[in-house]
Write a protein that binds this ligand. Structure first.
Ligand code: GDP
Length: 298
């Protein structure tokens, strides 16, 4: 069994291919979660669930393919400022989850109920059941990740990123079991700062990673991310925006870093990490499968 650590875009792209090749369990970042219009939105969990259920909008890598936004549009018409565009079907998922949470389910239990309802075979585990919130310190204030990325379109200058509540976050029994049973821990090409770092900082996770074989795929090609704000966040945290910067984020426990062919000159040893190269750009399901095959062959 493989344990995959995931955010909401790069790693789900990989899961699309991996699911055709092997069994795995996914441990997902929850620090970008937010309550919107009365419901709990878990962007990364939802992207993973929708991908595994085959219903992800694979143009945007969020939301459900072909969804409508009538409820969202009506809310705006009523003068209610819903700053994230929530699709109608997407909202049904959030209602299902939030009702379970209101009844006292943990996020792990609510996610399990959801993935069963969506007929997803693979276990999808929130990184923890505690509230953790990624905050971005910017020139326009201290923002929730979603305010920075959605409301302000990722434009503000970033001075720092921190995870509110992380000191109290403990790995769940399910996460620890999944990691301990895994013959390989795979960190997909996700944002190292806002998607993977929160998972690693959950109490109990890093200790297990240190004794496991850990392989990561770089979300940075050359000097920039394939998409999204990873570059701004890495710089703010003092890391170089490059595959080597990614290696430095994971230095304490990483065994192998997969970089893109464009960075083939990095192949070899970097500190304690072995660097290998292949084409890591996933535009189609075939690309995802080819990259997943490469990782499994290591
Ligand atoms: P988020 O939760 O939406 O931020 O999603 P993730 O953290 O899972 O993924 C975002 C990261 O995926 C970005 O840093 C991108 O550079 C990376 N990414 C997206 N598509 C690809 C791809 O096809 N190949 C690689 N190597 N990285 C990708």
């Amino acid at each position: 069994m493989i344990a995959v650590l995931s955010g909401g875009t790069g790693t789900p792209k990989l899961l699309r291919g991996l699911k055709e090749l092997t069994d795995f369990v996914v441990i997902v970042n929850t620090a970008e979660d937010i309550w919107i219009s009365g419901n709990k939105v878990c962007p990364d969990i939802d992207a993973v669930l929708y991908t595994l259920a085959g219903i992800i909008d694979d143009e945007r890598w969020w939301g459900i393919k072909g969804d409508s936004f009538r409820t969202h549009e009506m809310l705006l018409k009523l003068g209610y400022d819903e700053f994230m565009a929530i699709g109608d079907l997407d909202r049904a998922i959030h209602i299902f989850r939030s009702e379970l949470l209101r009844k006292g389910y943990t996020l792990t239990e609510a996610t399990r109920a959801l993935r069963r309802a969506l007929k997803v075979e693979q276990e999808v585990l929130p990184m923890c059941d505690d509230d953790v919130e990624t905050r971005v310190v910017t020139d326009v204030g201290d923002l929730h990740f979603q305010e920075f990325w959605v409301k302000h379109k990722g434009k503000p200058k970033v001075f720092d990123v921190y995870f509110r509540g992380i000191e109290k976050a403990k790995a769940t029994r399910d996460v620890l079991r999944a990691l301990k049973n895994a013959e390989l821990v795979l960190i997909g090409p996700s944002n190292p700062i806002t998607s993977i770092m929160p998972i690693i900082l959950v109490k109990g996770v890093k200790e297990v990673l240190k004794v496991k074989r850990v392989v990561a795929i770089s979300p940075i090609v050359g000097k920039s991310p394939v998409s999204g704000p990873a570059g701004k966040f890495m710089r703010a945290k003092g890391y170089e925006v490059s595959p080597l910067g990614v290696a430095d984020v994971y230095l304490e426990f990483l065994d192998v870093l997969v970089v893109d062919d464009a960075d083939r000159h990095l192949v070899g040893k970097y500190k304690s990490i072995e660097i290998v190269a292949t084409n890591t750009i996933m535009k189609t399901v075939e690309d995802s499968k080819r990259l997943a095959e490469f990782v499994l062959s290591l």
